[in-house]
Design a protein around this ligand. Structure first.
Ligand code: C2E
Ligand code: CA
Ligand code: CA
Ligand code: CA
Length: 278
């Protein structure tokens, strides 16, 4: 048993060491990735209940020279820790703005480009100025931008966060709360927040067709959001059943593999050709 215990401890330590090494390596590689433009944006369409394109979410991809594609779930947290997220986010915002401007002539005027915000980015004192500078530099109108924030961003430093949200909305930027339902926040806080949309987290959508509790939660979120005059987006819609159930609950906007996967800009341009006609 003693031997066994030692072995387990050894494996455990090796495991931690491996993870640490991996993180340190990624951290160094990130520095180079930012300099050498190893990032790419993929875009996933958002559709109205009637199937009209209403916008696209920009999702960052890292094409690592030796490790291949690395998920943002892995590298975004590291970039947050090291502060590298600031440079990365700046790149994302500019790239997304320029790509969207290329598409804009073909799009209905209400379409927006959605960009994910990181907590560090949002809480920086220079955030509003730097965003305004990027809009001016690229020519993207504030009314063509939607920012996605998680509940966590809004939980600490609430007064300052609310001031920032007001300023963003005054500019004409739309605000969506991402991953809604996964935070431990009470729903009532929504009432105090100047936001436009909630995006119900994929984990609730997943089981909506076969788990009555998840279905009840989704129904509750949609009803509450509508009472507060917020639009509701369902993310991660993968099946027709899920779509139908969400439509029956009056969900406003749909996003998920059922409609389109996140895709490179060139693929999106082809996809749009098919989806804008008629
Ligand atoms: P998120 O903002 O919640 O993005 C939705 C994630 O769900 C994306 O994963 C998307 O590819 C995936 N997804 C969309 N539809 C479906 C579906 O039908 N089924 C399933 N199973 N998944 C679906 P992705 O691209 O790996 O991004 C993961 C997370 O990384 C994002 O979650 C977001 O938190 C973060 N992220 C991505 N790009 C950026 C960025 O530019 N900046 C920041 N700060 N975070 C980003
Ligand atoms: Ca998002
Ligand atoms: Ca989400
Ligand atoms: Ca998420």
């Amino acid at each position: 048993a003693k031997q066994q215990g030692r072995n387990t401890l050894q494996t455990f330590t090796q495991d931690i060491n491996q993870k640490l090494t991996q993180r340190v390596t990624l951290r160094n590689d990130l520095q180079e990735a930012i300099l050498n433009e190893q990032f790419e944006l993929h875009y996933q369409p958002l559709l109205t209940r009637g199937g009209q394109v209403q916008g696209f979410e920009a999702l960052v991809r890292w094409n690592h020279p030796s490790k291949g594609a690395i998920s943002p779930v892995l590298f975004i947290p590291i970039a947050e820790e090291t502060g590298q997220i600031i440079a990365l986010s700046q790149w994302v915002m500019e790239r997304a703005a320029r790509d969207f401007l290329t598409l804009q002539p073909q799009l209905p005027s209400y379409c927006r480009i959605s960009v994910n915000l990181s907590p560090m980015q949002f809480h920086r004192p220079s955030f509003l100025n730097s965003l305004t500078a990027t809009l001016n530099a690229t020519g993207l109108s504030a009314t063509s931008l939607e920012l996605e924030l998680t509940e966590g961003i809004l939980m600490n430093d609430t007064d300052a966060a609310i001031d920032t949200l007001h300023a963003l909305r005054e500019m004409g930027i739309s605000i969506a709360i991402d991953d809604f339902g996964t935070g431990f926040s009470s729903l009532s806080y929504l009432r105090h927040l100047p936001v436009d949309k909630v995006k119900i987290d994929r984990s609730f959508i997943n089981n909506i067709a076969n788990n009555s509790k998840d279905a009840a939660i989704v129904q509750g979120i949609i009803a509450l959001a509508h009472h507060l005059e917020l639009a509701v987006v369902a993310e991660g819609v993968e099946t027709l059943e899920q779509q139908q159930q969400l439509a029956a609950l009056n969900c406003d906007v749909f996003q998920g593999y059922l409609f389109a996967r996140p895709m490179p800009f060139e693929t999106l341009q082809v996809w749009l050709k098919d989806h804008l006609k008629g």
